[in-house]
Structures are given as structure tokens and as C-alpha cells.
Write a protein that binds this ligand. Structure first.
Ligand SMILES: O=C(O)CCC(=O)C1=CC=C[C@@H](O)[C@@H]1C(=O)O
Ligand SMILES: [Mg+2]
Length: 345
């Protein structure tokens, strides 16, 4: 299909003065904006973290402007193109469709506590004012169960409700031992890597099990339900392909959900918060305060006040912390490959 200039082009973004661009672009799929149009309005940023999280000290992301606002493309660098293409679909949805209608204007969020030593916990928790739930990372490579027990105990002194996330690092016996040693928690997120292991742990322990990677990285996100492997679904907007995909998944999962960030910049976080704000029912705090872990964001971060964040549109700052030209070229090539995958889907 060939889009002509002006109003016949459904993806054209008017200039600040309202003028329509005068280019002709080719697209073979009417619902996807052409890749050159995405890249024309894109920036690659490099955001320093205040605390190492998930092995990341600098978060890179591509953000781009569409007809309805801004979208983000920031799959973790080790993800392959097929998985990364979901993140592009999410960014395009945000930029060209905008958010779904909200049913609430405040979303409770958890404090997110990386795998830091116990004596650093207070400084981290202070970045999430008013949070009454904390999610604590456990089972970090190179650390011991004793480190986890100490960190969780330090968090419990400050925040009444604690959940833990092992990112699939334990085998079944280790998970059972660790969960018993750590004691009372709201839930354990992804104690083991596989769905059968989650189900095995769930049958033994007296604590709810939440599935994260088993949903967002699975070929079929509903396998967890069929295997009776979890009580709670942790849903991340970018890895699952967008806000409306997550809302549809929520409708078919029939279990409690928690919306959590994928270490989003403020642009991606706007989509994540909008999704949480659009859920018909929200029983648990969401993992959407991670803007507090950034030293610098692309716009004012969604930092909790009184334990909540609210949905809003985000426009990036005029001055952005841009990545190097080499990294920008890497992201552009990655986006082009992911766009080709979406075109073929
Ligand atoms: O849920 C939260 O509190 C914050 C988000 C968070 O923990 C994560 C974001 C991105 C990648 C992940 O390793 C991690 C998670 O596993 O949930
Ligand atoms: Mg997780």
C-alpha cells in the first residue's frame, strides 16, 4: 500500500504548527506505521540507575512520537528479536492508539527493593513514600539464603506487607526451604523457572505463588492456569505486546493480577500505569514505582506519593540523555528487524 501525503495517510504526525508532512511512505500492513516514520521521530536514551537492578546499571531505551503520544521500545538487550517484537507492538500501540479508558485515578504501588545488603534497605524504601507493600528481590547469584532472610527482615521493619521475587532461580527443594526460612509473605513471585516446578512448590508451601516469566516469556500465557501453577499473575505491558493485550489476558486468566513495570522509562511507565488504571478489578499493589530507581528519566518519573501513582500522558523533556551514536545505530537496526517481524505476523 502507498500512503499519499496529508489526510489520506493514517499514520502521519502533524508538525507542531499543525501542518501535515508531504512524504509518501510504503507499508504492507495497514495497522502498522511504516518503520521510517517511527524512526524519524525516535530518540535512543541511556538512563543511569541509582542502584543496580537485574544486573542493569544503565537502562537504554528507544522512545518515539506517534499520532496519539509517545511510545517506548526497550526490550532487555539479551532478548531475541521475536521476543523483542512484542515490545515494539506495545510502543506502537501507545504512540498511535493511546491509552484505554481509566476506571481509577490512583494505582497503589509497591516499593521495589533490589538485592542490596540489609543495611541499604532503608535508603531504598524511602524512595517509595507511603508504600505499604514492598517487593524484595531474593536468590541473587553470588548471595546466600542468609542474605535474603536479613534483607527481608530489614524491609519488614519498615513496610507492613512483603512479597518476594526469585526470578526463577531456585529448584523445588531450595524454593521450599527458602520460603520456610523467609517466613510470612504476601506471595512468592516466580520461585522456580518452569511451570511444573511452580506447580510442585505451590502444592507444598502455604504461601501464594505468582507467575511472571512463566507468563510473559511463555508461548502460551494461559499454560500457567491449565497447570494450576499460580495464584497471581504478574503482567508486564511491553513484554506482553501492549495495554489492550494485557487487559484481554486479564479477562481470560481468571486470577488476581499485578501490573508490573519492565524497568520502563516514564514513557513506557505511562502505558503500564494506564493499564493498571483500566483494570476492572485491582486487589494488589502494582510494581510501577521503579522510576524511583533511575538517577535520570526521560520526563518526571512516576514516583509514588502516598503509596500511589496516577495515569497521565508523558511528553519527554527537551534535553534527553542520549545514547552514543553506536548504541543508537544498534537500537535502530533492532527496531527495523522487529518491525519486519510484526509485518510478517
Ligand atoms: O515489580 C516490581 O516491583 C518492579 C519491576 C520488577 O521487579 C522487574 C522489572 C523488570 C524485570 C524483572 O527482572 C523484574 C521482575 O522480575 O519482576
Ligand atoms: Mg518478576
Amino acid at each position: 500500500m502507498v500512503y499519499q501525503p496529508g489526510s489520506n495517510n493514517p499514520f502521519a504526525i502533524p508538525s507542531k504548527h499543525g501542518e501535515m508532512p508531504t512524504f509518501v511512505v510504503r507499508a504492507s500492513k495497514p495497522q502498522l506505521p511504516p518503520v521510517d516514520l517511527i524512526l524519524e521521530n525516535a530518540h535512543v536514551v541511556s538512563l543511569p540507575m541509582r542502584t543496580r537492578f537485574r544486573g542493569i546499571t544503565v537502562r537504554e531505551a528507544m522512545i518515539f512520537r506517534g499520532l496519539k503520544g509517545w511510545g517506548e521500545f526497550a526490550p532487555f538487550v539479551e532478548y531475541d528479536d521475536v521476543e523483542a517484537a512484542n515490545w515494539l507492538a506495545a510502543g506502537i500501540e501507545a504512540a498511535w492508539q493511546g491509552p484505554p479508558p481509566a476506571v481509577r485515578d490512583a494505582v497503589p504501588v509497591n516499593a521495589t527493593v533490589p538485592a542490596v545488603p540489609a543495611d541499604e534497605v532503608a535508603e531504598i524504601v524511602a524512595r517509595f513514600p507511603g508504600a505499604t507493600t514492598a517487593k524484595v528481590k531474593v536468590a541473587e547469584a553470588g548471595q546466600s539464603l542468609h542474605d535474603d532472610v536479613e534483607r527481608v527482615a530489614a524491609v519488614r521493619e519498615l513496610v507492613p506487607r512483603v512479597r518476594i521475587d526469585a526470578n526463577g532461580a531456585w529448584d523445588v527443594p531450595t524454593a521450599i526451604e527458602a520460603i520456610e526460612a523467609i517466613g510470612d509473605v504476601e506471595y512468592v513471585e516466580q520461585p522456580c523457572a518452569t511451570i511444573p516446578e511452580l506447580a510442585a512448590v505451590r502444592r507444598v508451601v502455604n504461601v501464594p505463588i505468582a507467575a511472571d516469566e512463566s507468563i510473559r516469556r511463555a508461548d502460551d500465557p494461559l499454560l500457567v492456569v491449565r497447570a494450576d501453577a499460580a495464584d497471581i499473575a504478574v503482567l508486564k505491558v511491553a513484554p506482553l505486546g501492549g495495554m489492550r493485550k494485557v487487559l484481554a489476558l486479564n479477562a481470560s486468566l481468571r486470577m488476581d493480577v499485578v501490573i508490573s513495570s519492565a524497568l520502563d522509562t516514564a514513557v513506557g511507565m505511562a502505558a503500564s500505569v494506564s493499564t493498571a488504571a483500566a483494570l476492572p478489578v485491582l486487589e494488589h499493589a502494582c510494581g510501577l514505582g521503579t522510576g524511583a530507581l533511575f538517577e535520570r528519566d526521560v520526563a518526571p518519573s512516576f514516583v509514588p506519593r502516598g503509596g500511589v501513582v496516577g495515569p497521565r500522558l508523558v511528553t519527554p523533556d527537551d534535553e534527553l540523555p542520549l545514547a552514543s551514536p553506536e548504541r543508537a545505530a544498534w537500537w535502530e537496526a533492532r527496531l527495523r528487524r522487529c518491525h519486519a517481524i510484526l509485518m510478517a505476523r
